[in-house]
Design a protein around this ligand. Sequence first.
Ligand code: A2P
Length: 278
Amino acid sequence: STVTDATPIKVPTLPDAQTVLSVKHWTDRLFSFRVTRPQTLRFRSGEFVMIGLMGDPDPKTGKQKPLLRAYSIASPSWDEELEFYSIKVPDGPLTSRLQHIQPGEQIILRPKPVGTLVHDALLPGKRIWFFATGTGFAPFASLLREPQTYEDYDEVIITHTCREAGELDYGREVIESLKTDELLNEVIGDGFWKKIKYYPTTTREQSPKMGRITDLMKSGECFSDLDVPVLCPETDRAMICGNLAFNLELKDMLESYGLEEGANSKPAHYVVEKAFLD
Ligand code: A2P
């Protein structure tokens, strides 16, 4: 018999496989992870892709199908790696398994980025608002690390409402990291991060600012805390990403301020996207 002197080649075992580089668990319900980026993947900060794992074999045919869900890319468009921020749903078909991934393992990533939370869908403005609940922070983790955000706006306001204080940690760490972000400091200039106003709130656990962002806006408390006027179509642009009820309620409020929904094909004043739930 012949012995082939085979050089080991890294062969992906899954279609569209990418390798997990690191995983961080933030709470018992939340984790983030970084994976390799396909060389050909181009995306705009704020977009999402379909990611997942191989599903269980079909009991009849034994065939396995990929189990995919839409995930916002949490890293900016210039980053060499891709980051994702996820909830862990105990009975969730995907996240019950995805939460156990380890560095070196593979996930499936369909390299077709899409989404509405992109700068192209908004008209020029003075101030941009990013409104997030829960894992809806993910696309803003990308946009907050995107130079264009600071080129396009004088002021960047990020609100994040979560049930518990620990659920704010991922977002806070992303915002903290901006101060020492070499690329942003170089491209945008020292102190660009002073343009950012961060407004974290909790609803079910004590924290410095309690309440739903929608209620804090209705009462006017949010605007006085931030020392900004109520949103108006002349100066303000907004992106919304959270649970469905939140998206609908905030959308109504923005419409009542006179803002109109934009799209890639027809830029306007605000855009909305639903946060992933398994
Ligand atoms: P609350 O605790 O009052 O429901 P979830 O984890 O259920 O997706 O919620 C994330 C955060 O979004 C929670 O703090 C929740 O507040 C808040 N939230 C849920 N629905 C709305 C809504 N319609 N408007 C504003 N905030 C909401």
